[in-house]
Design a protein around this ligand. Structure first.
Ligand SMILES: *Cc1c(COP(=O)(O)O)cnc(C)c1O
Length: 232
């Protein structure tokens, strides 16, 4: 019997999630998105056979190409920067699209909502939040602008089901995770989600940071290289 390195890497990550969750006395164990960008479907299948169902991809064309190569019960998460002109290709090409984690503008949200409503479909979305202070290439909505954006999504985008907030942290700056936690709290205590009965998950933490993210309250981690190996 041989175990693939993907399968054993996956087991290591899942075991760490479990250990950290119990140390943090978490009742809900964070979900694991296996980030498979640039990796061939043969490697994704190794993770699938080991039980993984949630996969994250960054590029529309690559995702659309992988969809027919993978079983239909895969839940795809789009986690890359989404350009408005790729919306139709993404929605048409990925019938089993579970969540778009990187909604970051009213323009993009409107385009997605219009496309989905003509098809009678809904998709889960997260707001990408820019928690990093550095003037970097990292995108996302500034924390101060998130409450208005949440209101916009709830009022104007019935085909988008807002399920969470997502962030890419500044390298080695774990206070980004605390910013996301505080933002969620504010949305429910005094912001547009007060008394709505809704809930939001937090997607934060990657290969080098998921342990700290879980300690600080992550609900969804996105792990690529620790499962599939370094990217070329
Ligand atoms: C590539 C990527 C990841 C995974 O990064 P690793 O360091 O390989 O785990 C997570 N989130 C986003 C948004 C990414 O683009």
């Amino acid at each position: 019997m041989t175990t693939s390195s993907v399968a054993s890497n996956l087991q290591v990550v899942l075991k760490r999630i479990e250990t950290l969750s119990s140390e943090a006395h978490r009742t809900n164990v964070p979900a694991l998105i296996a980030v498979s960008k640039t990796k061939p479907s043969s490697l994704l299948m190794e993770a699938y056979i080991a039980g993984q169902r949630d996969f994250g991809e960054n590029y529309v064309q690559e995702l659309v190409d992988k969809v027919p190569e993978m079983p239909n019960d895969v839940k795809w998460h789009f986690i890359g920067h989404l350009q408005s002109n790729k919306v139709a290709q993404l929605i048409d090409g990925v019938p089993n699209l579970d969540t778009i984690q990187t909604v970051d503008s009213e323009k993009l949200a409107t385009k997605l909502n219009n496309k989905l409503s003509t098809l009678g479909r809904t998709v889960n979305v997260m707001i990408e939040v820019r928690t990093s202070s550095e003037e970097s290439k990292v995108g996302g909505v500034l924390p101060a602008d998130v409450p208005a954006f949440v209101s916009f999504l709830l009022k104007e985008c019935p085909s988008l089901n807002l399920t969470g907030l997502m962030t890419i942290e500044e390298p080695n700056n774990f206070s980004c995770f605390d910013t996301l936690v505080a933002l969620r709290t504010a949305l429910f205590e005094s912001g547009p989600l007060k008394d709505t009965g809704r809930s939001l998950v937090l997607s934060m933490g990657m290969s080098g940071s998921f342990e700290e993210a879980i300690r600080r309250g992550s609900d969804v981690i996105r792990v690529g290289s620790s499962i599939f190996g370094a990217r070329g």
